[in-house]
Write a protein that binds this ligand. Structure first.
Ligand code: MG
Length: 207
């Protein structure tokens, strides 16, 4: 990635550390199967800049799926709440304007396509095989189970699944991405682990 874009990505608001962003970008940069990339949980666009850059370099599209009302931990009174992101007229979080601005300023509007909605509602009508899926959406049990059930099978053999916030040790963080996405994928026999960086896991589909 060119240095200017890298610096830009690192400065976009979000929860993906630079070393994990780098691994995410690299994993998405050499895809061998056709199809688009899709991320669940775009928030303010940080991962979309890393993945969008990888998509752009390969002439692919990144679909960036988020309802843009924030996850549980982003709501008022929670650990990751950011009052700047509240639509004060509605009294609700709205990360879409910040996301759009980030994608615009990175000059990625022709590559990154926002899908504003809930994961399962979109998945129910989504038939396109994916080359790369990044799951960083709702971190509760139900959203994690839903993302596994609905989206993981859409990655084609030879494609990649990246999962964020995987914490095998409960002392490090919440369990659902580990218990409801990572473990079922690994025990299915369809995936092998390619790379670990912090709480990021990169799996490749082998069958
Ligand atoms: Mg995350």
């Amino acid at each position: 990635m060119e240095p200017e874009r890298l610096t830009y990505a690192q400065n976009v608001r979000g929860f993906l550390p630079p070393d994990e962003g780098d691994v995410l970008y690299r994993a998405a940069s050499h895809l061998e199967v056709p199809g688009p990339l899709l991320e669940i949980g775009s928030y303010c666009g940080k991962s979309a800049i890393y993945l969008g850059t990888a998509a752009q370099e390969q002439g692919r599209i990144l679909y960036a799926l988020d309802h843009h009302r924030g996850s549980e931990e982003n709501q008022h009174g929670w650990e990751h709440h950011d009052p700047d992101l509240v639509d004060h007229e509605l009294g609700k979080l709205d990360t879409l304007p910040t996301f759009r601005r980030a994608v615009h300023d990175a000059d990625l509007e022709s590559v990154v396509v926002a899908i504003v909605g809930h994961s399962v509602q979109v998945a129910q009508h989504w038939d396109t095989d994916l080359a790369f899926l990044f799951i960083d959406g709702g971190h509760g049990i139900q959203p994690a189970q839903d993302d596994y059930t609905w989206w993981v099978p859409k990655v084609q053999v030879g494609g990649f699944l990246a999962i964020h916030d995987v914490f095998p040790d409960p002392a490090d963080g919440g369990r659902p991405p580990y218990e409801c996405i990572y473990l079922p994928a690994m025990s299915s026999g369809n995936w092998i682990e390619e790379k670990t960086q912090g709480s990021l896991r990169i799996l490749r589909r082998i069958s």
